[in-house]
Write a protein that binds this ligand. Structure first.
Ligand SMILES: C[S@@+](CC[C@H](N)C(=O)[O-])C[C@H]1O[C@@H](n2cnc3c(N)ncnc32)[C@H](O)[C@@H]1O
Length: 173
């Protein structure tokens, strides 16, 4: 069930992900279903922790990175009873601190071409990467996603404001 934070104004006033919560959850459910029974997600861009809270309902563990971790995120995870499944990291996602195994990634940090490339270069080894804000307002995200198959191979499923990259050429239905 989508999180509804409209009535929780004391915690979170706005999050773009909530506006697309049902679509995001459908994506998460399918992505998690493609992995092992204990799928692990890596996220870039924690912000107030809402996307991680949703993801932790489908993934056994969510590792999330932000340049500026906020206390409110942990409050949200505690209220949503997922705090034991979310691991918060500070800084840019980097190879050294990644979990040994992860089955999918969600990129929602710096919405520039270079930001997408930097995150994607690190996380695409998992073979399943979801981008948020695949939207004309974010030209860097659009430009990166549109060039992704030429550079990395695989296939892209587009459902704005999301785009999902597969390392293989499977179809998403
Ligand atoms: C759009 S918000 C993420 C929203 C969150 N995923 C959600 O839906 O609830 C983007 C976040 O990325 C963080 N950020 C920006 N550049 C970053 C970078 N290079 N590495 C990690 N986090 C970054 C910002 O501090 C901000 O909190």
């Amino acid at each position: 069930m989508p999180l509804d934070y409209e009535w929780r104004g004391d915690i979170v006033k706005h999050s773009a992900i909530i506006g697309n919560g049902e679509k995001f959850e459908a994506m998460l459910r399918k992505m998690a279903g493609l992995g092992p029974s204990d799928p692990i997600l890596v996220e870039t861009g924690t912000h107030k922790g809402l996307s991680a809270a949703l993801a932790a309902k489908y993934f056994a563990a969510v590792h999330t990175w932000d340049l500026r971790p906020r206390d409110v995120a942990r409050t949200v995870w505690t209220k949503e009873c997922v705090a034991d499944r979310v691991i918060q990291h500070e800084g840019q996602v980097c190879v050294g601190a990644l979990p040994e195994r992860f089955d999918a990634a969600f990129i929602d940090s710096e919405h520039t071409f270079e930001g997408c490339r930097r995150d994607f270069d690190v996380v695409h080894v998992c073979g399943l990467v979801l981008f948020h804000d695949y939207d004309p307002k974010f030209t860097g995200v659009i430009r990166f996603v549109e060039g992704i198959v030429d550079v990395y191979g695989g296939a892209v499923y587009r459902d704005p404001p999301f785009a999902l990259w597969f390392g293989d050429e499977r179809e998403w239905d």
